[in-house]
Design a protein around this ligand. Structure first.
Ligand code: PMV
Length: 311
């Protein structure tokens, strides 16, 4: 049996504007992971590749699943890349602790874990760049026009400064900080939100380009602050980024309320993360505020509410 795993992720700054060529910053969440196991199936089982994904309530034979299914697509694409034209009988078991459709990169993590576990099973290696490129192809099925930030951060498992069409910059965070992550209880597929931003951009390009530029400037300031260890600057930058995300129309009442409550409970800054209109929000907290901010967000109905140290 071979096994591989990949982390969840959060976008700290720059979502949506990143689709339009501006930079974004994302970090891995090493403690929340997707794991994939590959086994040779016992000879008594049906011929072919059996895929079991209990967290996604899916079990299927690869031969029978639609070409549009992202799990099936990821497996086929990997086998094709490894030039395994007649695969042996296999059982592929996919498990994930990452909440689905919540902006924590569950799709990209499952894909990267599938690619890595199959490589291991067949004793082959692919470079991180190649794995990220394959995962991008799968992300296109989930999202339509993804920027590439999710597959990059999940593959490299390092903080990244990402800009479409540029080499991915991996960097070190100079000073650790803590985030409380709270799920708003609502969720909208990222593709749908990205689509509505595109419609609005098409209707008013000059205005949206200015908004994307403003977000890009915040990302660059945050990049400097993270590399210098200037944690005090991060909170205000999160607040400013959130203001622009609201202006893009990608926040929602539930997220706005959690963000306001977190700030009132002592968070130094707060914003949504990922596609928006639901999913998770992030609040920057000092060690002394973790409990208060967590309790406040739970009382507001957020679930789950987690906290993580970014380093
Ligand atoms: O919802 P998530 O975590 O997959 O993040 C989407 C981020 C966007 O910038 C909105 C889209 C993209 O492809 O970068």
């Amino acid at each position: 049996m071979t096994q591989a795993s990949a982390p969840g992720k959060i976008i700290l700054f720059g979502e949506h504007a990143v689709v339009y060529g501006r930079p974004a910053i994302a970090v891995p969440l090493p403690s929340i992971r997707a794991t994939v196991e590959v086994d040779a199936s016992p000879p008594t089982e049906q011929d072919g590749i059996l895929v079991q994904a209990p967290a996604l309530s899916k079990t299927f034979m690869l031969e029978e699943i639609s070409p549009q299914d992202p799990l099936g697509f990821a497996i086929r694409l990997t086998l094709e890349t490894l030039q395994i034209t007649r695969p042996p009988n296999l059982r592929i078991k996919i498990e994930s602790e990452i909440p689905i459709s919540a902006g924590l990169g569950s799709g990209a993590a499952v894909t990267v874990a599938i690619i890595r576990s199959l490589c291991r099973h067949f004793g082959r290696t692919l470079s991180d760049e190649k794995i990220s490129e394959l995962a991008y192809e799968v992300e296109r099925l989930y999202h339509g026009t993804p920027s590439g930030v999710d597959n990059s951060v999940v593959t490299f498992e390092k903080p990244i400064y990402f800009r479409r069409g540029h080499p991915v910059e991996r960097f070190s965070i100079a000073e650790r900080f803590t985030l409380v992550l709270a799920h708003s209880g609502e969720s909208t597929p990222t593709a749908e939100v990205v689509h509505s931003v595109r419609d609005a951009w098409q209707a008013n390009r000059a205005d949206y380009e200015r908004k994307f530029d403003a977000i890009g400037r915040i990302v660059d300031l945050a990049y400097g602050a993270l590399k210098r260890g200037d944690v005090a600057l991060l909170g205000p930058l999160m607040d400013q980024n959130q203001m622009h995300l609201e202006a893009l129309g990608v926040s929602c009442h539930a997220l706005d309320t959690l963000i306001k409550r977190a700030r009132a409970a002592g968070a130094a800054g707060a914003k949504l993360s990922g596609g928006g209109r639901g999913g998770f929000m992030l609040a920057l907290v000092g060690d002394d505020q973790i409990e208060d901010v967590t309790a406040t967000l739970q009382a507001e109905g957020a679930s789950p509410v987690l906290h993580t140290t970014i380093r």
